[in-house]
Design a protein around this ligand. Structure first.
Ligand code: HEC
Length: 198
């Protein structure tokens, strides 16, 4: 190999190396900015942690603690995602989905004039009224929770979105009372993020 050829090869190797390093830098820059956010509400975890099961399960919170502290305005903003199919006005018409005025405390699948799926009607046969726990699970992933429902909505991933929209619906004619806070949850030291406002 002549010196010249050697130099060319060396230059090519060097250039390739630089290109790889450059790509790495670039892609790490791109992907680093997509680092997952920390989920908001962590209170349920604190309450459940002692009961075994190390993972942060997405279980319904203590409603007596979180509802009085929930952000109804934020819940109304979340409800914008529901509005293409629902309204929550007193006496409002059914749309693609049933009117949701007073849905909290109402029997599932029972609003007059709406043609529910058999999945929803069956659910109403097992579950007397829409309570907070069942709403929380349903709006998280409707079609996973109620087999055959015709609510073709992907669901609300974030627990705080669900809590806030449930607080908003509570204000829209909900007849279900807000329970008293559970003593254990109220006393939990990590309840700071959702400490009751009143
Ligand atoms: C793409 C349309 C659509 C969207 C968006 C949608 N829903 Fe629905 N929803 C429906 C339909 C349709 C039903 C009736 C389901 C059935 O009969 O299986 C329903 C049923 C419900 C019920 C049960 C009502 C009853 O009378 O038993 C609740 C509660 C509900 N939706 C809440 C919500 C909330 C909260 C949102 C927003 C976070 C939302 N929905 C978004 C279409 C939608």
């Amino acid at each position: 190999m002549s010196d010249l050829t050697f130099n060319k090869v060396a230059a090519a190797v060097l250039a390739t190396g630089l290109a790889i390093v450059g790509l790495r830098e670039l892609s790490s820059g791109i992907f680093a900015s997509k680092a997952p956010e920390k989920p908001g509400y962590a209170i349920e975890v604190a309450a459940e942690a002692g009961a075994g099961g190390g993972e942060a399960a997405d279980v319904p919170p203590d409603w007596g603690t979180v509802l009085p502290a929930a952000d109804v305005k934020a819940g109304e903003a979340v409800f914008a995602k529901c509005k293409s199919c629902h309204n929550a006005d007193n006496g409002g018409a059914n749309g693609t989905g049933p009117n949701l005025w007073g849905v909290e405390g109402r029997k599932p699948g029972s609003h007059p004039g709406f043609a529910y799926s058999s999945g929803m009607t069956d659910f109403g046969g097992k579950q007397a009224v829409w309570d907070y726990d069942h709403l929380y699970e349903f709006i998280k992933a409707p079609q996973k929770y109620i087999n055959g429902t015709k609510m073709t909505f992907v669901g609300l991933k974030k627990p705080e979105d669900r809590i806030n929209v449930i607080a908003y619906l509570h204000a829209q004619g909900g007849t279900l009372p807000i329970p008293a806070p559970k003593p254990a949850a109220a006393a939990a030291p990590a309840a700071g993020a959702a400490a009751p406002a009143a």
